[in-house]
Write a protein that binds this ligand. Structure first.
Ligand code: SAM
Length: 255
């Protein structure tokens, strides 16, 4: 694992990831808009509308590495706007309390504040405490732009499988490899120069954004990631459904 320009051991990674998000929490939403030119909003909209939460009745959802609650808010809005569902619940889980605090502050301005529909919990995706996150308890597990920051992807997937009900859905939104060579070159130029530069200007933190760019680069290619999901016990069969949304800089594709 590398952080900035030096190589760090895996056990240091968690601590560094926590620091990265501590330093950017208050600017996180602004940085997302600036670095993706607002496109992250479209990816997130498309991700949630593809899941159609609320269609078959209220869901119990867990949004892991949920940060400031972008996915949670979209799930609740979608269920309410399309199915008049005010019973779906989302538990936002993140390792970083600063991100959760930003999320809490943001939800204060919504109709979900102070309702059982939303709650925030500090925990590590790789070892969700089983007293709080029991086996077979969620209908939908989402993780958006979060799994690449975790030290062990198999551990995250194992926990996802454990907490999901039989037949529950695992849905992951993540950056991955760009297959078109021209696009890939353009994206490399952009991500290596522009994103750390924006990080310096907007969040005063170049190293954090350099790290984020590198974590995207190190993420396993789509077929390898799909295999990891299968190995964790997911299938398209009866017990568990899974869907992988594979995000490229300009298009969204389903594996
Ligand atoms: N899901 C949100 C979104 O799409 O806007 C936030 C994504 S943000 C890029 C990644 C989040 O993952 C951060 O809030 C970070 O604190 C969290 N994170 C990193 N490692 C984690 C871990 N091991 N367990 C839980 N959350 C983690």
């Amino acid at each position: 694992t590398s952080f900035g320009f030096r190589t760090v051991p895996e056990d240091e990674k968690e601590y560094l990831v926590k620091n990265v998000f501590d330093s950017v929490a208050s600017k996180y939403d602004l940085m997302n808009d600036a670095s993706s030119l607002g496109v992250h909003r479209l990816w997130k909209d498309s991700f949630v509308s593809g899941l159609r939460p609320g269609r078959r009745g209220p869901l119990r959802c867990i949004d892991v590495a949920g940060g400031t609650g972008d996915i949670a808010l979209r799930i609740l809005d979608y269920a309410r706007e399309h199915y008049a569902d005010r019973e779906t619940t989302v538990e936002v889980v993140d390792i970083n309390d600063q991100m959760l605090k930003e999320g809490f502050r943001r939800f204060k301005k919504t109709m979900y504040h102070n309702t059982p529909q939303i709650s925030f919990h500090e925990a590590n995706a790789q070892e969700l405490p089983s007293e709080k996150f029991a086996d077979n308890s969620y209908d939908l597990y989402t993780i958006a732009f979060g799994i690449r920051n975790c030290t062990s992807i198999p551990a995250v997937l194992r926990e996802a499988h454990r907490v999901l009900k039989p037949g529950g859905t695992f849905a992951c939104l993540e950056f991955s490899k760009v297959n078109n060579p021209l696009l890939s070159l353009a994206y490399d130029q952009y991500s290596f120069t522009m994103i750390p530069l924006l990080g310096t200007i907007l969040a005063g933190d170049r190293a954090s954004y350099q790290y984020l760019v590198e974590s995207i680069r190190k993420f396993p290619p789509q077929p390898e990631f799909a295999n990891m999901i299968r190995e964790a016990g997911f299938s398209t069969g009866e017990r568990h459904g899974w869907s992988v949304y594979n995000v490229k800089p300009i298009s969204l594709q389903t594996l």
